[in-house]
Design a protein around this ligand. Structure first.
Ligand code: UDP
Length: 372
């Protein structure tokens, strides 16, 4: 059988592209080296709870087109992400907002909070922030940087904050209002029944072969289709011939606990440097409201997240988009441009710290351009 498209990777990018290609009457084969679809948004049921096996995913977007699109494949619940930061047992609200400022400094009004941030920024002498540390201090002052950002970020990225790009911290809102909603997004939620079901709906009617590693026989796979949509790491595609791009990997220690409520929240970030994990996820709270079924389930499932430098054989999660890696990526990108029959897409294919909605928007956009 010969296909129009071979799609390497059954994650969000691959599934969205495959769905669109099928709608436009193209023949499609999707392969994935894992035994399951859905890439890193994969969820699996444990004790009646959808466990986010490759880390917490909270769908959020301002893009109405993307929101309408995902709602074809799933019903979304009304989960709102509001993580708690635990700094040596002191608890703070995230993202940085009036609750955080009140707890940190005892300030009560937005003017007092703004003045405190301004004072700390002035004392640090920052006018034009050049890295994550300077950016963070200029946004929220030194106290919050020291207690809620520095330790977490250095555990998460394994690099000093002075060597990290400032865009990473700009992912988090800073608000002079009492608002613990982590995202500035019009639309937010978790698919009822889990992400795996949502991706399965995208792939409905499409041939998917699991446990198939593209690299073990790429000649065979390439010969099966006119074009390839490749969603794996771009450097792996080129056999790392220009060197390896750096990624952060994550290890999860997941436990089923014989209690109904472990931490009272979906995510608690451990922002000190000493605690070895970055955060603990209590999966049930993504799915059930705290006031209804969640508390009645007798058990709970938690995952401790440990961040590490990626090495060959590990799962890549986060591209390290610093100057050095971005320069190397550009070289791989130039090679990719010469691969006329291959489309590189997604977090790994484009070496980009994409959120889910951006991955979907990018896949839809690409499908629209190519399949039109
Ligand atoms: N961050 C932090 N303290 C926190 C949460 C996040 O310093 O309690 C910083 C950290 O550098 C992190 C970045 O903000 O990498 C982006 O956080 P986000 O929650 O968007 O990360 P993700 O959920 O993608 O891992």
């Amino acid at each position: 059988m010969h296909y129009d498209y071979l799609i390497v990777g059954a994650g969000l990018y691959g599934a969205v592209f495959a769905h669109d290609a099928q709608l436009r009457k193209k023949s499609v084969l999707v392969i994935d080296k894992r035994p399951n679809i859905a890439g890193n948004v994969y969820t699996e049921k444990v004790e009646g709870i959808n466990v986010h096996k490759y880390g917490a995913h909270i769908f959020h977007t301002n893009n109405k087109e993307v929101w309408d699109y995902v709602n074809h494949f799933a019903t979304f619940n009304r989960f709102t992400n509001s993580p708690v930061a635990n700094y040596h047992g002191e608890l703070y609200s995230l993202p940085f907002n009036m609750y955080t400022f009140n707890k940190m400094w005892g300030v009560v009004t937005p003017e007092e909070a703004a003045a405190k941030i301004e004072e700390q920024k002035r004392e640090a002498g920052i006018t034009d922030p050049k890295n994550l540390e300077e950016q963070a201090i200029s946004l929220v002052g030194t106290d919050i940087y020291e207690k809620l950002i520095k330790g977490y970020t250095e555990k998460q990225w394994g690099r000093p904050c002075t060597e990290l790009p400032s865009f990473i911290i700009k992912r988090l809102p800073v608000r002079l209002t009492f608002d613990n909603n982590y995202f500035n997004a019009l639309y937010q939620g978790i698919p009822v029944g889990g992400y795996t079901k949502m991706v399965a709906n995208m792939l409905d009617g499409i041939e998917v072969q699991l446990n198939q590693d593209y690299f073990t026989d790429r000649e065979k796979w390439n010969a099966m289709a006119d074009k390839v949509v490749y969603t794996g790491p771009i450097d792996a595609y080129f056999d790392y011939k220009l060197g390896t791009l750096e990624y952060r990997s994550v290890r999860f220690e997941t436990e089923v606990l014989d209690k109904s409520n472990f931490q009272g929240n979906a995510a608690v970030n451990y922002t000190d440097r000493e605690t070895p994990w970055t955060r603990i996820i209590e999966h049930k709270w993504f799915q059930f409201g705290k006031d209804d079924k969640g508390k009645d389930l007798p058990k709970t499932v938690i995952s401790r997240e440990y961040s590490s430098e990626w090495k060959l054989g590990d799962e890549p999660y986060y591209p390290v988009n610093d100057v050095k890696n971005c320069a190397l990526y550009r070289k791989y990108h130039a090679l990719a441009e010469n691969e006329k029959n291959v489309i590189f897409g997604g977090r790994l294919g484009e070496y980009k710290y994409y959120d889910m909605d951006k991955v979907i928007a990018s896949a839809l956009d690409c499908a629209d351009r190519i399949l039109r």
